[in-house]
Design a protein. Structure first.
Length: 241
């Protein structure tokens, strides 16, 4: 069963919103946001070619954005999965799915290695509680990507073995919530399409926005520390200690 137009449009919007938020995050960056660790930069300078203002700024911006991007897109994937929910569900579950008259309450996380032990225990508790409030229902833990072999021991031990909650991941998860064995491929294609077509209100790609920000921050960096050489290294330590 192919993805219907309404769901496709909603998933496109979720991915577009993610990219818009990334663009907004880039535009808001200031030199003070880059968390300059002079020791780490000096240590990696040779191996990472961090030898002037631009190379250092590019590396700092990349590190800053990478951390936020992984978390933010995890939430976007969870929203995309929730498009297939048949209702608001109950506490502890993101998706309600009905198959052959039985309700399935599903908690969704983005990937197979994204939860710590305490959260795994809490997820199992909430799902069991949802199951008790809805007799005959089934509680499941779903992960949007990852193979079965990649699922963490935390999920296996604290959600499945001790928590008593079954899980599914990747292709199996998307097929279960959509009733379409090709669903994961369609979601993948939507991600590719949105990424290729994305432009902000000024017609800029993310790459355009990023390069403009690096230009701006390079100028600020040079004013504070210098362009390169011994003076730059001395100022990096002096102004960050």
């Amino acid at each position: 069963m192919a993805l219907d137009e309404a769901k496709r449009k909603r998933i496109e919007q979720i991915f577009q919103q993610f990219l818009q938020e990334r663009a907004h995050t880039i535009r808001r960056l200031e030199i003070k946001d880059l968390n300059i660790n002079p020791f780490l930069i000096r240590l990696l300078a040779k191996e990472m070619d961090l030898n002037d203002a631009r190379s250092i700024v590019r590396w700092l911006v990349s590190q800053r954005l990478e951390r936020g991007t992984v978390t933010s897109f995890g939430l976007a994937l969870q929203k995309a999965a929730s498009v297939f929910s048949e209702g608001t569900g109950v506490e502890g579950a993101d998706i309600l799915k009905t198959k052959e008259g039985r309700h399935y309450h599903i908690q969704v996380k983005s990937g197979p290695n994204t939860i710590p032990k305490d959260l795994g225990v809490r997820i199992a508790q909430l799902l069991r509680s949802a199951q008790r409030r809805n007799r005959g229902s089934v509680a499941l833990f779903g992960m949007c990507y990852g193979s079965k072999q990649q699922v963490s021991n935390i999920v296996r031990q604290y959600v499945e073995e001790e928590g008593g909650i079954s899980w599914m991941t990747g292709r199996d998860f998307w097929e279960f919530i959509s009733d379409d064995p090709e669903c994961i491929i369609e979601i993948y294609r939507i991600a590719a399409q949105v990424g290729e077509e994305f432009r902000n209100a000024f017609g800029q790609t993310l790459s355009d926005i990023l390069e403009a920000k690096i230009d701006e921050l390079q100028g600020q960096f040079e004013e504070l520390y210098g362009k390169s050489g011994d003076i730059m290294w001395e100022n990096l330590l002096r102004l960050n200690s």
